[in-house]
Design a protein around this ligand. Structure first.
Ligand code: 1GP
Length: 234
């Protein structure tokens, strides 16, 4: 089935807790990227998420929110992605927090634009690993088992291999990709320019670029074309 994200190759991730001046934000929106993801692992509030949404409203590319806390789930986004951290021993981050949110909000959720997003967090030093207690030390073999679980058992639409802040192991990513049959593979972490963007885009269906936006805008913008020009391995 074709979903909103089915053709996304390149995505910029913006963190409401960090500042991007207006001119830079406009450059991001006009960069040719396929979508903007709004998300972060800490420091997100209703107010800073609403403020960023307001600045993004009116753009002609999809603006999607990764909902890490129910209070952030403002109306007005084009889609909502609900992270489920697969490689944590803390059930709260797999289904606990999500179920708690549903106790209160089930009737308010726009299900037609809401999807689960399985996360494999593989950089032990990143904030997401710290807050969710993820076991980031998985071998390729273990990561592939989680990928099968996401794809075959849970039939998740999306699997996000997250190395936030560090460029990941492309061998592991390839191994994960090879076991997926229906789940779309997203990669994010440490992409700082065209070369890494292209390396990741050869394997992952969607490549997410975040941090570099805040210290090297030109480097960040150059990843869009690099991803466009890269064909995904079969
Ligand atoms: C973070 O995967 C994204 O959630 C992007 O990672 O910030 O390292 O680019 P970087």
């Amino acid at each position: 089935m074709k979903e909103l994200f089915s053709d996304w190759r390149h995505v910029f991730k913006l963190d409401p807790d960090r500042t991007l001046p207006q001119r830079e934000l406009e450059a991001v929106l006009g960069s040719g990227t396929d979508a903007i993801m709004v998300g972060g692992s800490s420091g997100l509030t209703y107010d800073n998420t609403a403020a960023l949404l307001e600045r993004l409203t009116g753009s002609d590319i999809p603006i999607v929110l990764e909902v890490t806390h129910p209070e952030l789930a403002l109306p007005g986004f084009d889609a909502y992605l609900i992270p489920m951290v697969l490689n944590t021993g803390q059930g709260d981050w797999i289904t606990g927090r999500q179920a708690l949110a549903l106790e209160e909000m089930a009737g308010l959720i726009p299900w037609e634009k809401t999807w689960a997003e399985g996360y494999l967090i593989l950089n032990e030093d990143c904030e997401a690993a710290r807050v969710s207690g993820a076991d980031a030390s998985l071998t390729e073999f273990q990561a592939a088992a989680y990928a099968r679980l996401a794809d075959r058992l849970m039939r998740l639409p999306l699997l996000y291999v997250e190395y936030s802040g560090r460029f990941g192991d492309m061998g592991l990513l390839r191994r994960v990709k090879r076991v997926l049959s229906g789940t779309r593979l997203i990669y994010g972490g440490g992409i700082d320019g065209p070369q890494r963007a292209s390396q990741a885009a050869r394997i992952a269906s969607t490549v997410v670029v975040g941090n570099v936006l805040y210290h090297d805008l030109d480097g960040a913008l150059s990843t869009v074309q690099a991803v466009r020009e890269t064909e995904q391995e079969i």
